[in-house]
Design a protein around this ligand. Structure first.
Ligand code: NDP
Length: 444
């Protein structure tokens, strides 16, 4: 059996009941086959086996007390996956669906994403099955303090630097940082996505969504095209979705639909983003309320229908496996030309195959949503140097990083004979740097 397939087979046997991790590993390792074929030393040193095994997995109990005085217990996770090129870096996700499989798939993706940014950061991910939705601020604070009371001993500005992800925004990062500082008596850049008054960076909030659109803009530009006048569908209405929408609109596109986990809104006149921001960022409400506030718009219960809406560009920005084979077929049938993944692994393997067969320009998550972590690394640089860069400066660096990632994955795909296959291109471009560092470090 070929090396890649053998490693995948062993991974499935050793890690049963981890379907998301299997899915991510399959996408990554199969894309790496042309590189592995050129480097027999990888097999001799079991490089892929080491690459898919996290350096460390931390599982812990998170007890906390709710507003009624009832004791609750959640699971806490931190997967420190790979530190070959820098300290572990990757977000924390608070969502009831969180389990080890999801954290490991996210961590594995993060290694290559972080490498693609060109910045010195390794890969990690963490989180909890805690659901911040419907909890009071005080409950969220007590949970975050309990979570950090264990996590603090495993992280550090040169060891592991977590950030936000689903369910972890500015409020949660503030509580987590406050508890870290209190226990360690250190005001350091141990978390990114911090508020501007305590070490945060301008543009971090916007970075993933803006970065996604900067990369799509580059892909369009290389084909003599642009966002102006394009119809765009965006899934999600959280941090990534909102700022992808903002930048797409600034570039002249019409965003016609968005969703949350209950259902989607359609506004043929173009989404009024200030209304979405008010509902989701200020009121922490449901997207359904948009239809009640904006005349002519409509709300539909359930999420899947969003992919039936005709569009030129689809930007899935909510969660994993949002676009399956059937949804991809519907998008292609209705004329989609570009798909940019803002969320992590929002397209199933079947969905990707549909897009690639149809010649859709498909920008995979680890490249397309790397703007968030890239800006986190810029936040780390500012923290270490006690600097504070302007919005324009960080935005300019972000744009440059996204363009470079696009060029690198495009170049890698061409070099390895799979031109236009950005799934393979991103995996290859991200992997080579990590592999070189791992080879240099010996068997560790
Ligand atoms: P948020 O929590 O801010 O928003 C998540 C959005 O997705 C919400 O609208 C949420 O709806 C929706 N959603 C979550 N789960 C589901 C589901 N199962 N079905 C339908 N909708 C769902 O998270 P982010 O915007 O930060 O993250 C979104 C994606 O982007 C994730 O995949 C994350 O890993 C990825 N990402 C985020 C980065 C960042 O900088 N924030 C960086 C790189 C990637 P509801 O409000 O109903 O929960």
């Amino acid at each position: 059996m070929q090396y890649v397939e053998r490693v995948l087979e062993e991974l499935k046997q050793k890690n049963p009941n981890e379907p998301e991790f299997h899915q991510a590993a399959t996408e990554i390792l199969r894309g790496l086959a042309p590189v592995v074929a050129r480097h027999p030393e990888y097999e001799q040193t079991a490089l892929l086996e080491r690459f898919v095994e996290p350096e460390r997995v931390i599982l812990f109990r998170v007890p906390w007390v709710d507003d009624q005085g009832k004791v609750r217990v959640n699971k806490g996770y931190r997967v420190q996956f790979n530190s070959a090129i820098g300290p572990y870096k990757g977000g924390l996700r608070f969502h009831p669906s969180v389990n080890l499989s999801i954290i490991k798939f996210l961590g594995l993706e993060q290694i290559l994403k972080n490498s693609l940014t060109g910045l010195p950061i390794g890969g990690g991910k963490g989180g909890s099955d805690f659901d911040p939705k419907g909890k009071s601020d005080l409950e969220v604070m007590r949970f975050c303090q309990s979570f950090m009371t264990e996590l603090f001993r495993h992280i550090g500005q040169d060891t592991d630097v977590p950030a936000g992800d689903i369910g972890v925004g500015g409020r949660e990062i503030g509580y987590l940082f406050g508890q870290y500082k209190r226990i360690r008596d250190e005001h350091v850049g141990v978390l990114t996505g911090r508020g501007l008054s305590y070490g945060g960076s301008l543009v971090r909030t916007e970075a993933t969504g803006y970065g996604l659109v900067y990369m799509a803009e580059e892909a369009l530009k290389c084909r003599g095209d642009g966002f102006e006048g394009k119809t765009v569908v965006i899934s999600g209405s959280g941090n990534v979705a909102i700022y992808a929408c903002e930048k797409a609109q600034q570039l002249g596109a019409k965003v016609v639909a968005m969703y949350d986990s209950n259902g989607y809104i359609y506004d043929g006149e173009g989404i009024k983003l200030e209304v979405v921001k008010q509902i989701k960022e200020v009121e922490r409400g449901r997207i359904k309320e948009y239809a009640a506030r904006v005349k002519g718009s409509r709300y539909f219960e359930g999420c899947k229908g969003i992919w039936q809406i005709p569009c030129d560009i689809a930007l899935p920005c909510a969660t994993q496996n949002e676009i399956d084979g059937a949804s991809a077929e519907a998008l292609v049938k209705n004329g989609v030309k570009y798909v940019g993944e803002g969320a992590n692994m929002p397209t199933t393997l079947e969905g990707i195959a549909v897009f690639q067969k149809a010649g859709v320009v498909f920008l995979p998550a680890k490249a397309a949503n790397a703007g968030g972590v890239a800006t986190s690394a810029l936040e780390m640089a500012q923290s270490s140097g006690r600097l504070f860069w302007t919005f324009e400066e960080v935005d300019r660096k972000l744009k440059e990083i996204m363009r470079n990632i696009y060029r690198n994955m495009d170049g890698a795909a061409k070099e390895y004979g799979v031109a236009g296959d950005y799934v393979a291109g991103a995996n290859i471009a991200g992997f080579i740097k990590v592999a070189n560092a791992m080879m240099a470090h010996g068997i560790v």
